[in-house]
Design a protein around this ligand. Sequence first.
Ligand SMILES: O=c1ccn([C@@H]2O[C@H](COP(=O)(O)O)[C@@H](O)[C@H]2O)c(=O)[nH]1
Length: 248
Amino acid sequence: MEASRLSTDTTNKSMAARIMVALDYSSANEAEALLASLRGIPCYVKVGMQLFYAEGPKFVARLKEEGYSVFLDLKMHDIPNTVKGGAESITRLGVDMFNVHAAGGKQMMEAALEGVDKGLASSSKRPIVIGVTQLTSTSQHMLNAEIGIAGSVEDAVLRYAKLSRDAGLDGVVASPLEVVRLKREVGPGFVTVTPGIRPASAAIGDQSRVMTPKEALKQGTDYIVIGRPITAAASPREALESILEELV
Ligand SMILES: O=c1ccn([C@@H]2O[C@H](COP(=O)(O)O)[C@@H](O)[C@H]2O)c(=O)[nH]1
């Protein structure tokens, strides 16, 4: 293989590892079909509530057996003791990353980490634990007028991120619009996972704070989460490949 092609392939692979494909399906069959169509592209996969509530831990275990990096996006938000138990069970699944809502508070996030420590007794891999700040579907108007939180979305995200860091978490879910400030004020090593990713031609749908894949990575985010622009495309593989081409 020529050198230039080889380096493009390598770059593509390292870019693909920073793309989390959201498997928002109601059955394992649909998710497996999507993954079969993306075979050979080493992206991260994200399992959210829809698939997990339908197929449960067995499907997550299957993804791990097949060698995928898995972000289990269940956004736990409950009293500390319950979240601790949830985190223990999730850690036993051997996922690479999971999350809790930062709005649950510092004690709840610390409890999640205690759960991780307990779960690690029977599994060697420590998952990355991140806090959800403000959902990317939340607009400035919603934050102030509906949820009743004063100030800018960016400030609210920063507050939750600092609380997550102080609780010992590894990073946060936020929109790409907040990444530069997060990296500057919370720390460059604090992991950012950013949904709200929309290629220029894609429908925005229910998201509010959005950016293109290329612009999001330019902000310095660690991972971009992409669901419908890939999963709802006529050819998910072509959609992902065209995103990757734009990134190199
Ligand atoms: O703030 C958040 C937190 C999580 N998500 C999840 O990411 C994907 C985005 O899917 P799209 O189809 O690309 O909109 C989805 O699974 C959400 O649950 C988020 O969007 N925003």
